[in-house]
Design a protein around this ligand. Structure first.
Ligand SMILES: C[S@@+](CC[C@H](N)C(=O)[O-])C[C@H]1O[C@@H](n2cnc3c(N)ncnc32)[C@H](O)[C@@H]1O
Length: 399
């Protein structure tokens, strides 16, 4: 679902960006200078901003917190941070990257130029600067076009944030092209219907994965999104690994922060098929060379009709424990943990650390299934015990 006012995507000539000088970034559209908007102010982590008529979800604040923490860690370790906020809405992310992650430069873009006044009013809280000291710039164009032009002008970014709708994946390639090696790509999918396995042809087209209904569709959605990025990066001779993955029920929203590096993933590692057995609830990963030999141990190693198979998906850890621990430390230093919404962030980051264990199996076992299994074991034990007691009594009688 795309929320754009008619004609906002295409009425402009290309941006013709000059490398680093940014001289020709589009500035104003005369139409917006006569448009008026209502103001509606919100506060996030102490920053006040106007959302006007733009698309804004306060529930996404945690997703923005996570992006800012990653950006701040990057700035701390590399010393420089250039951010491309490709679908900026009212510009709150761009503002937070500038203020809270101390980004040296932010290119804020939203195709909808009707938001221009709102975005400007928010970004003007940070002095714009001039020439090489320029802190931010605002454009209104299609995200793919902006990123492709950055690539063409060798204007690379440390962090690219694409907060898109639905299962839009066309931007993956242009984003990788405009990203520095070692840089971060923060991507989103909001298509719970597809990750739930209800449109396998659609997930195949968008992420290259045939996704079927599985009980842990939230996890599958994240693995589908990462898998799609892994595939797209490998086309270009690169690989990505997830630093953290975040599912949020509102939307639903699947968000992943990926680190981008040179070289393909070693031999399709962590990229394969995942099966779920409807008979015993077991889940397993299968690699390509196991195709045709997919079975579940509950079925005596025969090819089983009870198996649902989805993929290829990302089969590795969803988070990097060391990285998320650094995020948690930074959140604590900033006082973002320990109270109100902060408590949620703390809980979330700790959960991610726990989930980072590479030995963890996919999915989960439902509590009622665990209880059924426990009851079965207890019944077996009782049966065994009573058999043993009868046997003892019988032996007693013999002697
Ligand atoms: C989910 S909203 C962004 C919200 C914002 N990032 C935030 O955190 O509040 C997605 C935005 O993308 C814009 N958009 C949709 N399609 C686009 C495209 N192809 N190129 C650039 N912007 C686009 C919409 O106008 C909308 O403002």
């Amino acid at each position: 679902m795309i929320f754009l006012s008619p004609g906002t995507l295409s009425p402009y000539p290309s941006l013709h960006l000059l490398p680093k000088t940014l001289a020709n970034y589009r500035k104003t559209n005369p139409r917006t200078s006569i448009s008026c908007h209502k103001s509606e102010y919100r506060t996030e982590r102490g920053l006040e901003f106007d959302i006007g008529d733009s698309f804004f979800r306060h529930e996404s604040a945690t997703g923005r917190d996570l992006g800012v923490l990653a950006a701040a860690l990057y700035k701390k370790s590399i010393g420089n941070l250039r951010v491309l906020d490709a679908m900026c809405g009212c510009g709150i992310r761009s503002l937070r990257y500038l203020v809270e992650a101390e980004a040296d430069f932010v290119l804020a873009n939203d195709a909808n130029d009707y938001y221009r006044r709102v975005i400007l009013s928010n970004l003007l809280q940070v002095s714009r600067g001039f020439g090489d000291e320029r802190r931010w710039i605002l454009t209104h164009s299609d995200a793919n076009r902006v990123m492709t032009e950055c690539y063409l002008h060798r204007d690379y970014f440390d962090l690219i944030d694409v907060d898109s709708f639905g299962s839009e994946s066309t931007f993956l390639r242009s984003a990788f092209s405009a990203l520095k090696l070692g840089g971060l790509l923060y991507i989103t999918s909001t298509d719970g219907y597809t990750s739930g396995g209800h449109r396998p042809d659609h997930s195949l087209a968008s992420y290259g994965a045939y996704v079927r209904p599985m009980p842990y569709s939230n996890e599958v959605g994240l693995r589908m999104l990462i898998g799609g990025a892994v595939r797209e990066a490998s086309v270009l001779g690169y690989h990505v690994i997830p630093l953290f993955s975040y599912y949020s029920y509102h939307g639903p929203v699947f968000r992943v922060m990926l680190q981008f590096n040179r070289g393909k993933l070693p031999k399709s590692r962590h990229y394969g098929l995942i099966s779920y057995c409807t008979q015993c609830g077991n889940s397993q990963a299968f690699s390509w060379h196991e195709l045709g030999r997919i079975n579940c141990p509950c079925n005596n190693a025969h090819v089983s009709g009870s198996l649902i198979v989805s993929g290829p998906l990302w089969t590795g850890p969803l988070h990097n424990a060391t990285y998320v621990t650094e995020m948690l430390n930074l959140a604590e230093q900033r006082g973002w943990t320990g109270n109100g919404i902060g408590m949620d962030l703390e809980k979330l980051l700790k959960l991610m650390i726990d989930e980072s264990d590479p030995e963890l199996p996919f999915g989960y076992i439902k509590l009622d299934e665990v209880l059924v299994k426990l009851c079965l074991i207890m019944l077996l034990l009782l049966e065994f015990n009573s058999y043993f007691i009868i046997k003892l009594e019988f032996c007693d009688r013999l002697h």
